[in-house]
Design a protein around this ligand. Structure first.
Ligand code: SIN
Length: 327
């Protein structure tokens, strides 16, 4: 908190200078996925709204596809003031707040409505500001979708994945999830996934349909197993130094633009999930495997023990609130 207070004090001394300067405030928005994804579209909508409502006052520059920072470096870049907005997957915040690992637990949320209910619960809302003391301010959650497994081999039951290398995000929960089924998880930045798949350095990966489609993973994978075993959502995040250093009226308008852009991105996420699944199917390059209830139950039985391993780090109250969101 001391760091935050000192930063805000320092920033408030700079304000008159900033106001006297007529140049628009540059807002760099860095992300790692393609423009034709829910996050890519949300970022462009934010730019459109912010520049229309604050003409001449802000200049929003969106950098997709890890052009500016990768997911391995963007949060530190935010803290250092090298970028103003990012929207990393929730799995990438574990070292800033381990409680956010709740979103990675396998088979915790039954669908995206349950994820949405949890994010809007008092406990979910409190997580947004839980990293302010680390200079990371959550502006809102953005949906992508439930994750599926893609692979070079047909995967139906946990025994099929044993010994196979799967790329994961930098999450210890995801690592434990794969170890629970005797697979080999590898933590790698998103920007490397296509090449790792193409060169067969790894056997598979997990993503929602939109990422598997937009990043063309399906072109180098023969199968996608429809597991819906976890969620991939985002935290739209800014830096405390930038955000609290803005004049209040400008900050309020930008927050309104962000809320609207997120609502827009969420609508796209819901539609695109099915559309991208269909496009992958239509491509004829990848076969989609669906699980029968008995096969799905095998995955649940194998992976659910991971919850207990992380309960202390996440907190049992938070875990209970997430479980309740399914009802
Ligand atoms: C993203 O959608 O931002 C990337 C997610 C991943 O790293 O798999």
């Amino acid at each position: 908190m001391k760091l935050l207070t000192a930063t805000l004090l320092a920033v408030s001394c700079l304000l008159p200078l900033q106001q006297a300067n007529a140049k628009p405030i540059e807002i760099k928005f860095s992300h790692v996925v393609a423009e034709n994804t829910p996050k890519g579209q949300m970022a462009l909508k934010f730019k459109e709204l912010a520049e229309a409502r604050l003409p001449g006052k802000v200049d929003v520059k969106v950098y997709p596809n890890s052009q500016l920072f990768t997911d391995a470096t963007v949060l530190q870049a935010l803290q250092l003031g090298d970028v103003e907005i990012a929207a990393p997957a929730l799995s990438k915040f574990q070292k800033y707040n381990p409680a956010l690992q709740v979103f990675d637990l396998p088979f915790l949320f039954k669908d995206m409505d349950a994820v949405d209910r949890f994010q809007h619960s008092p406990q979910g809302v409190a997580l947004l500001s839980s990293m302010n003391d680390k200079l990371l301010v959550g502006l809102g959650y953005l949906h992508n979708g439930m994750k599926q497994l893609s692979s070079n081999d047909p995967i139906r039951v946990p025994a099929d994945i044993a010994g196979k290398k799967f790329r994961i995000m930098t999450s210890d929960v995801l690592q434990a999830q794969y170890e629970a089924v005797h697979a080999i998880p590898l933590k790698k930045p998103f920007a490397e996934v296509f090449t790792l798949l193409q060169t067969r350095a790894i056997d598979g990966q997990e993503s929602p349909w939109s990422n598997t489609y937009a990043s063309k993973f399906f072109e180098v994978q023969k199968y996608v197993t429809e597991t819906d075993h976890g969620v991939l959502d985002y935290l739209v995040v800014t830096s405390a130094e930038f955000w609290f250093g803005l004049p209040e009226d400008l900050r309020d308008t930008l927050k309104q633009c962000m809320d609207e852009a997120i609502a827009y991105g969420n609508q796209i996420a819901a539609k695109q999930d099915l559309a991208d699944r269909q496009s992958i199917l239509d491509s004829g390059k990848t076969q989609i495997l669906t699980l029968n209830p008995g096969e799905r139950q095998q995955w649940i039985d194998a992976m659910k023990p991971v919850w207990k391993m992380f309960e202390d780090q996440i907190g049992s109250d938070l875990l209970d609130a997430a479980i309740q969101s399914n009802h």
